[in-house]
Design a protein around this ligand. Structure first.
Ligand SMILES: Cc1ncc(COP(=O)(O)O)c(C=O)c1O
Length: 516
């Protein structure tokens, strides 16, 4: 592979004028193409991230329009890099050098790299990079997997990890104090949700709430009927409960199909319902592609027929406007804290009175005998705090999410072989999922991760799985089920971050397709 100096007349100093400073510069700077840096990075594996961070995507061909486009991209990406390094790594140009990209010269941006006017090669000083050891910027686009714990939520929890440590079931004053606080947290949650305190069962999160809702309702009502209905695109925490009931407890399961956007239709529900149907479970919003289901309609439909309706609303809370729990027309609603800046391992199941699901955990009489186990008081307090802070209005600010999403969507659509699979409308505003024909989703994720970008190939719970995404199969794109990429934006996402990702994505796609 010829080096830049062999190929480029500018770098060889044949284009007059600038030859001297460049040549001088080149003494200190290692001149590298992407491939050379790849090789170098293998030799210096410990510095791989720094090297890759610096040079990614600048190996552009030397031809008119394309070169200009690449220069503009280089400029944007360079700014992204500088922003990303801000305060962490001092970058400075040697005298006489400047970044020249697409006619824009910004000498105010100090930098150790620059692109040549004729192309988009970056000169990179390996030594300098190693000296400066820039901390790689993290771009977190995986807010559907989890969100960071908000400092105010953490602060609200802290006393319960220290001074207040009693067991709410103890009858002495230490326990009674914990009990009073637990009762208060339940009252606050009920007030927030618009339900009775007795309708709240605190759990360890979305998975447990779903298990309790489905096993609890099915087992409670099994003498009435053994037909239960769910959709084809539920989270595994719902899907596998239905599978279990079908395989092991004699229930018959109907799985509602979805359209190409992942939406369930009321007509299909109507057709599926039988005289022995006891339970329907359809999620409020899909975690993989963001589809919002018409749960209020489905719930009303079930209620008219006396059928219990459960919705997994884990992805809904904090993303869509919430008025009160009645909006779902559901008897059972699953919620968890870590999707809206609460901590992991806490959630609740709303269970509309008088429904009392059969417990799945047995032991003490906690949670009105619905869920055995000493309550996680700190977690519950944090959960309520996050509910009150981040759900009304949603912490995933719609206007901002819409703008960022539109930008990302438009650029993804321009990349050959990429196709958006998230619905255009009635979709979580933070979620953009796409498939990359001819590439493996995990290779895409690895390529993005090398650049500091955290994304996902669907459900975090099945990340790294070799199984195709059941959601993508259900929407009729089985052939591309292994190539799903999900960006899910959040509170800290910015337009600089989306610009950065927009710049590097074509190259990540190219490499993933080549299997690099
Ligand atoms: C739709 C949905 N349901 C349930 C869960 C499981 O929630 P938890 O992680 O709190 O167990 C998730 C988590 O990603 C989810 O997205």
């Amino acid at each position: 592979m010829p080096g830049l100096a062999d190929r480029d007349p500018d770098a060889r100093g044949e284009r007059g004028g600038q030859a001297e400073p460049r040549a001088k510069h080149a003494e200190n700077q290692r001149i590298a193409t992407l491939d050379q840096l790849d090789a170098a990075s293998h030799a210096h594996a410990e510095h791989l991230e720094a090297l890759r961070f610096r040079v990614f995507g600048f190996d552009a061909p030397h031809d008119g329009a394309n070169a200009r486009r690449q220069r503009v991209q280089a400029n944007q990406l360079f700014r992204g890099m500088v922003n990303g390094c801000h305060g962490l790594c001092k970058i400075s140009f040697p005298a006489g050098m400047s970044i020249s990209t697409g006619g824009q010269v910004d000498t105010k941006i100090p930098g150790w790299g620059f692109s040549l006017g004729s192309g988009c090669f970056f000169l990179v000083s390996k030594t300098r990079i190693l000296e400066n050891a820039p901390v790689r910027r993290t771009i977190y686009f995986d807010y559907n997997a989890t969100t960071p714990l908000d400092p105010a939520v953490r602060d609200a929890m802290l006393p319960y990890l220290g001074a207040v440590w009693g067991n709410p079931s103890s009858i002495h004053h230490v326990g009674r104090k914990a009990r009073a606080l637990l009762d208060d947290a339940r009252d606050r949650s009920a007030k927030f949700l618009g339900c009775k305190p007795s309708e709240i069962i605190f759990t360890s999160g979305g998975t447990e709430s779903n298990n309790l809702a489905i096993f609890g309702a099915a087992r409670l009502l099994k003498t009435k009927g053994k037909h239960i209905i769910t959709s084809a695109i539920e989270h595994h925490a719902v899907m596998f409960c239905f599978d279990f009931l079908e395989k092991n407890e004699g229930f018959e399961v109907s799985r509602l199909p979805v359209d190409s956007e992942g939406r369930v239709s009321q007509d299909d529900l109507k057709r599926a319902i039988r005289s022995d149907t006891i339970l329907v479970s359809v999620m409020a919003a899909n975690n993989e592609i963001g589809t919002i289901q018409p749960v209020a309609d489905l719930g009303a439909f079930c209620r008219e027929r006396g059928i219990i309706f459960h919705t997994d609303a884990v992805q809904w809370f904090g993303k869509e406007p919430f008025e009160n729990i009645g909006r779902f027309n559901a008897d059972l609603v699953s919620v968890c804290a870590h999707k809206f800046h609460g901590q992991k391992g806490t959630g609740l199941l709303f269970s509309k009175s008088p429904l009392l699901p059969v417990p799945v955990l047995f032991g003490g009489g906690h949670e009105n005998e619905r869920r055995a186990g000493t309550e996680n008081l700190a977690g519950i307090i944090g959960f309520v705090e996050a509910l009150e802070r981040f759900v009304k209005p949603p912490v995933f600010e719609k206007k901002k999410m819409n703008e960022l999403r539109a930008k990302l969507t438009a650029s993804i659509e321009k990349i050959e072989g990429c196709e958006i699979v998230s619905p255009r409308e009635n979709c979580l505003t933070n979620t953009i999922s796409f498939v990359v024909y001819g590439a493996d989703g995990n290779a895409m994720l690895a390529g993005l991760d090398v650049e500091g970008v955290c994304a996902s190939s669907g459900s975090a719970c099945s990340a790294g799985s070799l199984e195709p995404s059941h959601v993508i199969v259900a929407i009729g794109r089985g052939k591309s089920a292994m190539s799903l990429v999900r960006f899910s934006l959040g509170r800290e996402s910015s337009s600089e971050e989306t610009d950065f990702v927009i710049c590097l994505l074509p190259e990540v796609v190219r490499r993933a397709k080549l299997g690099k």
